[in-house]
Design a protein around this ligand. Structure first.
Ligand code: HAM
Length: 424
């Protein structure tokens, strides 16, 4: 026997039973995005490596350790499987002059790739819904993005997801804070762990993000960026908070929320749940006013977020959501005359908007009825040669004991429509 092959570690198959829930999730979320005027944009999964280096930052974990980068053997190009969507969307917006006619609200859904250590809620291929508001200076759009996510949780039937908020200020405010952080942590270098000592040279802000219990006290005493915000940054942050109050969206200010990508300024936020263990952040985002210029576009402000679909699907399952397969009818047929009538009937039903499986592969009535029962269909439509000769079919409910009925084949779509909307 040939050796069995397996999927790459950290990359999952989503089988039909689970995919039904994914479909429901995506329908709900894209419906919600549409109701806020967001339009779909799709970018390639592979981009020039340079794009992510410049956008996300050389010193971030993503760029330093997690990217699937390779040289295209055929032409020597340096390429990377996208680890996130924001850089690609900004690249596309610049390349196609998307902001020429004013600001744009766009969204994208698809797989991202990061070479992380796989565990529950953390994968090497994972899916994100990503929404970006390009060309808006906020803070109204920041508030709208947060309202939109809150509505999504509602529409998905999810509770217990809390909002954390912070402001990273301007570039100048951040570099002043950075100097103070370096001075503070340098004064306590012996108390730092290896990771944080390395970050002290490269990305001291990320030390604040450390989960190591041994250095939490040290972090708690570090200078806070919020104390360094100038009047403009404070006004932006205050206005956002006022809008959230006004919309009754509860939140907590977390001065240590710094995010793992370098492009942010001013508003950053995360939605977090305690129900998923260590990987509880289901959505993260913020403002990135410098990125469009940094990637070669005309300077334009922007703000956005991305949510991890696997984590949200886990939450939906946790909330008792199951997606039963849905099928209106299963057509059982046997005989030379029966089969063409079965095909015609199936097509007529599909034209009438019904979801129908036509039994394929032959077999006796009994075996076919077993398949019909297992399919989850509401009705079986049974066609034998005798019935076919009279242009008739038998309609049988699979969910209750109502008696089966004979009817003319060309009336079956109409009859099914009556039954579906009538009292069950
Ligand atoms: P991020 O925080 O890196 O932000 O990712 C957003 C979300 O993607 C996370 O909160 C999490 O739910 C999910 N996620 C990230 N890594 C994994 C993984 N390895 N396995 C499963 N889920 C994961 C961004 O990607 C930014 N582009 C968000 C953004 C958009 N900011 C502005 N616009």
């Amino acid at each position: 026997m040939s050796e069995k092959l397996q999927a790459v570690r950290g990359m999952n198959d989503i089988l039909p039973d689970e995919a039904e829930l994914w479909q429901r999730f995506e329908d709900t979320v894209t419906g919600c995005l549409k109701s806020y005027g967001y339009r779909n944009l799709r970018t390639p999964v592979v981009e020039p490596t340079q794009l992510f280096r410049r956008a996300i930052g050389e010193e971030t974990d993503i760029v330093a350790k997690e990217m699937y980068s390779f040289t295209d053997r055929l032409n020597g190009e340096e390429l990377t499987l996208r680890p996130e969507a924001t850089a690609s969307i900004v690249r596309a917006a610049i390349e196609h002059n998307l902001l020429y006619n004013g600001p744009q609200r766009v969204f994208s859904v698809g797989p991202m790739f990061r070479h992380e250590r796989p565990q529950k809620g953390r994968y090497r291929q994972f899916y994100q819904v990503d929404a970006e508001a390009l060309g808006f200076a906020g803070p109204d759009i920041d508030a709208e993005l947060i309202l939109l996510t809150a509505r999504m949780w509602d529409d998905l039937g999810l509770t217990g997801i809390r909002l954390e908020l912070n402001s990273l200020g301007s570039v100048a405010e951040r570099s002043q804070h950075r100097r103070e952080l370096i001075a503070y942590f340098t004064g306590h270098q012996t108390a730092l762990d290896d990771d944080s000592r390395r970050r002290l040279q490269t990305n001291p802000l990320r030390i604040l993000d450390s989960k190591n219990p041994a250095i939490q006290e040290l972090i708690a005493g570090a200078p806070q960026l919020l104390d360094h915000l100038g009047a403009d940054s404070l006004a932006h942050f205050d206005a956002l908070q006022a809008m959230l109050h006004d919309s009754s969206i509860p939140y907590r200010i977390n001065p240590r929320l710094v995010r793992g990508l370098d492009y942010y300024n001013l508003t950053v936020f995360e939605w977090i749940t305690d129900r998923l263990g260590a990987q509880g952040t289901v959505c993260g985002g913020g403002r990135y006013d410098g990125l469009i210029e940094q990637l070669g576009g005309k300077p334009q402000p922007a703000c956005g977020f991305a949510m991890g679909i696997e984590r949200l699907i886990d939450l939906m399952r946790d909330a008792g959501e199951i997606a039963a397969p849905y099928l209106d009818a299963y057509i059982v047929h046997q005989g030379e005359r029966a089969t063409p009538l079965a095909f015609r009937t199936a097509e007529a039903l599909r034209s009438g908007g019904f979801d129908v499986v036509l039994h394929c592969g032959g077999g006796g009535f009994k075996a076919q009825m077993k398949r019909a029962d297992a399919s989850g269909a509401h009705y079986a439509i049974i066609i034998g040669d005798d019935e076919a000769a009279r242009g008739e079919v038998t309609l049988k409910t699979l969910r209750d004991e109502r008696p089966q009925q004979r009817l003319a084949a060309d009336t079956v779509a109409e009859r099914l429509a009556d039954l579906m909307i009538g009292p069950d």
